[in-house]
Design a protein around this ligand. Structure first.
Ligand code: G3I
Length: 476
């Protein structure tokens, strides 16, 4: 038997309004023009998610807890923890009736000592069964499953926020069928028996069904799980949540209908959670889309990424996570933080204050070409010199004004659209959101203010946000 697990920390306060203010990249002075509904930009994933009452978690591997780079990132950024392997069946019951919680408790205790909550993963699964269980069948296996759920849930009773009670019980592909497994062969009711057993063992935990390839609303597997959950709700089988693993890759890509999937399951009366997120190549845009999908669904409890650094990932070759192997933040990290902060979470510059706006890649300033004043004059990069054609004032309407009455103006809404000055008239093509990572996004287009190069006279344009330095700006 392992050491005892520490008690679960009190649920953290859910913050849904009345935020204070911090300093953002573009902050200038004391009086700031923040819309009344805006939050301060939070600087870690967990704190940013907590602004909407959600969590941002990671899988933790016990074997990496002696790596200080790993633990310092994990303790700083995340407020929910899932044991990557240590609470699975083979780890917790290596011999029938002999439980071993030593590795699970190492992860659990690290989480609690660092102020985090814990998702339990996982109680009934066709995979990672210990050898003794693999050879069982029929009523003997059914009883072993029940005994396992009771043994593990009793150990962690009252300490786990959500349990993945049943994992990956459906077939991939177009059949919509249950996955063939020794558990499935004990009878189709094995899943509901697992849930009823779990509810009785620990009534305080939310009980989840967890699976992959159920994110795309059009896929047969998604529909099959949806039908099972609907049936369980209709018949009173105790299920509280569905976990969408969200391992996105070229064979199973993110689709924008994920939001429909989350909304549809939530409408059945269950919570939803993104439980094992990783994205092949870690596209910042796709990461932001996933976060925004969760934020759009009130019953989406939170997001867990499946590991800390790329080198910690079960698919390290796909570089699918938010941190590089050396612990530095990837562009996807900024995209996630920004989305959690509401997409416009950065501190806008001082209302009425003015300053030069400097591009991070080139060190050159946002400049009205030739110091022209006519409507349609192009905006470009140029050496910073403090002239009036480089002095921009951020208004509480979200405009950047130059010369008093001319506005930074988007001449279109697509990639490559020209950015110019034009008489201020209050249109959305003259309004800009300033983000905590230094990006400036056009309100009308949703595209980023982008310098296509680094030299003097490089045109400034709109472009899809890539979170690279040619799209980051600071006020000096
Ligand atoms: O610890 C041993 C090591 O001592 C041994 O030398 C080595 C030899 O292969 O194996 C090591 O154990 C491996 C373990 O990960 C720890 O790294 C296992 O072989 C390996 O099978 C295991 O893989 C885990 C996998 O689940 C097993 O199914 C991954 O870490 C884990 O990320 C992955 O997580 C799953 C979720 O539980 C469910 N959803 C899918 C997800 C990704 O596959």
């Amino acid at each position: 038997m392992g050491s005892h697990a520490l008690p679960r920390p009190a649920l953290r306060q859910r913050i849904r309004g009345g935020c204070g203010r911090g300093r953002g990249v573009l902050g200038l002075g004391a009086t700031l023009s923040t819309p009344p509904t805006a939050h301060a930009a939070e600087s870690t994933l967990g704190a940013a998610a907590a602004q909407s009452g959600r969590y941002f978690g990671t899988a933790i591997a016990a074997g990496r807890l002696s790596d200080s780079t790993y633990t310092s990132i994990a303790s700083r950024e995340f407020n929910m923890v899932t044991a990557e392997n240590e609470m699975k069946i083979d780890a917790t019951e290596p011999q029938r009736g002999q439980f071993d919680f030593s590795a699970g408790d190492r992860v659990y205790n690290w989480a609690v000592q660092n102020g985090k909550e814990v998702r339990g993963h996982t109680l009934a699964w066709h995979s990672q069964q210990p050898y003794w269980m693999q050879s069982l069948s029929g009523s003997d296996l059914r009883q072993a499953m029940i005994d396992h759920i009771n043994g593990v849930m009793n150990h962690y009773k009252g300490k786990i926020a959500q349990w993945d009670v049943v994992n990956e019980a459906f077939e991939d592909g177009n059949s919509g069928a249950r996955r063939d497994s020794n558990l499935q062969r004990t009878g189709n009711d094995w899943i509901e028996v697992a849930f009823r057993t779990a509810r009785a063992a620990d009534p305080s935990a939310k009980l989840c069904y967890n699976d992959y390839n159920i994110e795309n609303w059009t896929w047969a597997k998604t529909q099959a799980v949806y039908n099972m959950v609907r049936d369980f709700k209709q018949r009173g089988v105790p299920i509280d949540c569905v976990g969408f693993q969200s391992h996105f890759n070229s064979g199973s890509p993110y689709d924008s209908n994920f939001r429909t999937t989350l909304q549809s399951f939530a409408a059945l009366g269950v919570d939803v959670a993104i439980t094992e997120l990783d994205i092949q190549g870690a596209s910042p845009t796709t990461y932001a889309n996933v976060v925004n999908d969760c934020l759009a669904v009130s019953r989406c409890l939170g997001i867990t990424v499946w590991g800390v650094r790329d080198t910690d990932s079960w698919r390290s070759g796909d570089t699918p996570l938010l941190f590089n192997g050396d612990g530095s933040k990837k562009p996807a990290y900024s995209a996630v933080l920004d989305a959690l902060n509401g997409g416009s979470s950065g501190e806008p510059p001082e209302d009425g204050g003015s300053g030069q706006i400097k591009n991070a890649a080139s060190g050159r300033c946002l400049d009205v070409s030739g110091a022209g004043t006519a409507d349609g004059t192009a905006v470009q990069l140029y050496d910073c010199h403090g002239g009036t054609n480089q002095q921009w004032t951020y208004t509480d309407a979200g405009e950047f004004r130059v010369y008093g009455n001319k506005c930074l103006d988007a001449g279109g809404t697509g990639n490559g659209a020209r950015v110019q000055i034009y008489s201020c008239w209050g249109g959305d093509n003259q309004k800009w959101r300033v983000n905590s990572d230094g990006t400036i996004v056009g309100v009308q287009s949703g595209l980023c203010l982008d310098a296509a190069g680094t030299g003097n006279s490089t045109p400034v344009q709109l472009y899809t946000c890539s979170y690279a330095d040619n799209q980051r700006w600071t006020v000096s």
